[in-house]
Design a protein around this ligand. Structure first.
Ligand SMILES: O=C(O)CCC(=O)C(=O)O
Ligand SMILES: [Fe+2]
Length: 275
């Protein structure tokens, strides 16, 4: 297994390994890379949907996302698809998947199935680097805060996706979600302190109004989306990305109109979060 950094802040590119047969100490080494670096892109994979599912189970449980279409033919696999005629994409703004769950998903394993001729990169940002960049004074303020997360304004009728051309594909519109998490969490494996709010699902600080919360949340988002804390995954046929939702944000670039892009995503079960 060969490992090279994607940027100074986060991410690694992994070559010379086949995930389909990865187990034991080599699998542990790859998990360590993901936990320490936030995201790994593994190149040149031959991973059938059944092998994708079998590999995901070697990380723990699988969470089925109730909102994404599972029309891949495998109930464990969500299809993240943009058709030629679609203008909107899934995950086009900075976010952390599933932060609206009381035990949010650990991360995801995303397999490139059909790629546009160019574009369609996925950006990641380091929530450890974002936290480290804050002043001691702001860190002390955040240490006492929790935030409320929900997906109701995204997936429910009248929500964000209902105004896009992805509306027909989304499921679970009847579901209501709400979770409260510390604003700064400790990574369950590495112990690193991480900023844990995101513009897609965090609505306000617990005990504060939304109006009171927005200026500080906006400041935190401006730090977390700094270019110096990012890395970029340029997809190629056979590429697989594994990311840690606790330690990163991500954003799927929507710059390939007129072309089709299909990704297979399996979401990995996480651990309870703690400050
Ligand atoms: O399509 C992508 O690159 C990522 C989309 C996304 O946000 C996700 O699968 O969670
Ligand atoms: Fe996402």
């Amino acid at each position: 297994m060969k490992v090279a950094p994607l940027s100074a802040a986060l991410g690694v590119e992994v070559t010379d390994v086949q995930l389909a047969d990865l187990a034991g100490a080599s699998l542990d080494a790859l998990k360590r890379q993901v936990f320490e670096n936030g995201v790994a892109v593994i190149r040149d994979q031959q991973l059938s949907p059944d092998q994708h599912i079998a590999f995901a189970k070697r990380w723990g449980g699988i969470d089925v996302n109730p909102f994404f279409p599972t029309n891949s033919g495998w109930p464990e696999i969500a299809e993240v698809r943009k058709a030629e005629e679609q203008k909107d994409n899934i995950g086009g703004g900075w976010h952390t998947d599933h932060s609206f769950d009381s035990v949010p998903a650990m991360g995801s394993i995303l397999v490139a199935r059909e790629l546009p001729p160019s574009g369609g990169d996925t950006l990641f940002s380091s929530m450890g680097a974002a936290y480290d960049a804050l002043s001691d004074g702001l860190k002390a303020t955040l240490a006492g805060l929790s935030a409320v997360h929900t997906a109701d304004h995204i997936y429910q009728p009248g929500g964000y996706y209902s105004h896009t051309d992805l509306a027909d594909e989304m499921t679970g519109q009847e579901l209501s979600t709400r979770a409260v998490h510390p604003v700064v969490i400790r990574h369950p494996v590495t112990g690193r302190k991480l900023l844990y709010v995101n513009g897609a699902f965090t609505t306000h600080f617990e005990g504060w109004t939304r109006e009171e919360s927005l200026p500080l949340l906006g400041y935190l988002y401006s730090v977390a989306s700094r270019e110096e804390f990012q890395c970029r995954i340029e997809w190629r046929p056979g590429s697989v990305a594994i990311w840690d939702n606790r330690a990163t944000w991500h954003l799927a670039q929507n710059d390939y109109h007129g072309h089709r892009r299909v990704m297979h995503r399996i979401t990995l079960t996480g651990d309870p979060l703690a400050a």
